[in-house]
Write a protein that binds this ligand. Sequence first.
Ligand SMILES: N[C@@H](CCC(=O)N[C@@H](CS)C(=O)NCC(=O)O)C(=O)O
Length: 212
Amino acid sequence: MLVVWGRKNSINVQKAMWTIGELGLAHERRDVGGPFGGLDSAEYGALNPNRLIPTVVDDDGTTVWESHSVVRYLAARYGAGGLWPEEPAARALADRWLDWMQTTLLPNLAPVFIGLVRTPAEKRDMARIERGARAMGESWRILDAQLEGRAFVAGDGLTMGDIAVGAACYRYHALDIEGLGVERPALPNIAAWYARLQEREPFRTHVMIPLS
Ligand SMILES: N[C@@H](CCC(=O)N[C@@H](CS)C(=O)NCC(=O)O)C(=O)O
């Protein structure tokens, strides 16, 4: 059976789990990382020398780490024509949003999330958190424009391109941006898309859990 290593409150694990849920794959998730520890073990190091989560080990022993590589692998192997668009140009339209999340959105989402959720109030770098919240709002405008006239980021159906930005979108909504005195930009297309994601059981189950 496919095994996912990683605690369920990690956004990177959530991307893998949401993908697995969409594909309906039998799996087992093993709690490691954060308070569970286990990343320093020789067994885990042999699976993932980065000692980070997630790591996915498929039925045949194929071992994949880096959350977006995991999403791509699962989509390609089990979701061809669906999560994994087969035509190269169509696939590129989905694929780019995985990279965009990592390179454009995450550098601003991470300090806001870590700052507000995982850092005690007295130790927070509020200037950095506020800067991240403002910059993240501007980034969301780019995705909002992409979603004009589209149900999902690459067209009419959910693809791998929705997974990373969708998981980030939940966090953006769950974080207290207003409490920072930062205004959220109007994002009508993202609002409609986010409502569509919330209709999906795997998104609700694996992504929409309390931030911790
Ligand atoms: N670029 C990697 C980053 C992996 C990463 O930083 N994972 C975090 C959790 S989100 C981690 O392993 N933290 C250590 C821990 O949980 O103990 C990916 O996308 O998979």
